[in-house]
Design a protein around this ligand. Structure first.
Ligand code: 6GU
Length: 227
C-alpha cells in the first residue's frame, strides 16, 4: 500500500513513522508512507496557504489553490488510483470496521488541515471521504491522520508477526478485549484467575467471552446497542 499525507506540518509525522510496527511495515515493503508539504504549493511570496473567511468571522480558512495543486502533484507520483480522505471533525466517525476497509486499499491520500477549516471547495471539488476520529476538536488533522494510518497499517496481512493478534483485538468481534495476564501468578496479593491456569481451553474460551461481554456492558454499552 502507498499512503500519501498532505499536510502543513510535515515534521510531526517523523517520530511516529519511525517507531516499531509502522517502521517495520515500511522496511519490509508492506507500506510506503510519503509526506508532502502543502505549503510548497503556495503561489504567494510569503508561502501563505490560508486567508480570512468571506462573510467575516474568526480564524483563517485554508485556500483551495495550494491544496488542489498539491493533490494533483501527489496523485501523479504513482499510477494507482487513490482513495482520498479529508481529515475533519465534520466527517463520519472512524472505527475498526473502517480501518479494515482501508487496509485493503492499494493507495490512500490523506489530507490534514487546520481546525478553523478548509475552503468548502476542497470538500466538494476533490473526490474525498471526510473522516473524523471522534467528538472533540484537534488543532489540526495531523494526529487524526496518524491515528488512521496506525490503525490501518497493523491490519495489512503480514504486518503483525502473528496473524491472530489482530483477531483478538478489542472491536474485532464488536466487543472489548478480555483481561490478559502474564507471570507472576501472584503480584502484590493480586492473583491470576484460576481458570487461566487450568489448561482447559474450552472453559478458558468461555470465560474470556464472558469477560469481554461484561466489560463491554460496563464500559461501552453503546457497542451492544444499549444506551
Ligand atoms: Cl479529523 N480533525 C480535527 N481537526 N479535529 C478532529 C478530527 C479531525 N477528528 C476529531 N477531531
Amino acid at each position: 500500500m502507498r499512503i500519501d499525507i498532505l499536510t502543513l506540518f510535515p515534521e510531526v509525522f517523523a517520530s511516529h513513522l519511525n517507531c516499531s510496527i509502522i517502521k517495520r511495515a515500511q522496511d519490509e515493503g508492506f507500506v510506503q508512507v510519503v509526506i508532502t508539504d502543502i505549503r510548497e504549493f503556495s503561489t504567494d511570496n510569503y508561502r501563505k496557504v490560508d486567508d480570512k473567511p468571506y462573510g467575516g468571522g474568526p480564524g483563517m480558512v485554508i485556500m483551495p489553490g495550494p491544496v488542489f495543486t498539491c493533490f494533483e502533484h501527489v496523485e501523479k507520483l504513482s499510477p494507482e488510483k487513490p482513495k482520498t480522505i479529508l481529515l475533519t471533525p465534520q466527517g463520519s466517525k472512524f472505527n475498526q470496521a473502517k480501518a479494515h476497509e482501508l487496509s485493503s486499499e492499494k493507495r490512500l491520500i490523506l489530507i490534514a488541515g487546520k481546525y478553523e477549516g478548509f475552503d468548502e471547495r476542497i470538500r466538494t471539488g476533490l473526490d474525498a471521504e471526510q473522516i473524523s476520529i471522534g467528538d472533540f476538536v484537534l488543532n489540526g488533522g495531523e494526529l487524526a491522520a496518524m491515528v488512521i494510518i496506525d490503525a490501518t497499517i497493523r491490519l495489512i496481512p503480514g504486518v503483525l508477526g502473528d496473524d491472530d493478534s489482530a483477531k483478538n483485538d478489542s472491536f474485532s468481534d464488536g466487543l472489548l478485549e478480555y483481561p490478559q495476564y502474564t507471570r507472576p501468578e501472584v503480584f502484590r496479593d493480586m492473583k491470576v484467575p484460576d481458570i487461566l491456569l487450568s489448561g482447559n481451553h474450552q472453559k478458558i474460551a468461555e470465560w474470556r467471552k464472558q469477560q469481554s461481554l461484561e466489560r463491554t456492558k460496563k464500559n461501552r454499552p453503546d457497542l451492544l446497542g444499549e444506551h
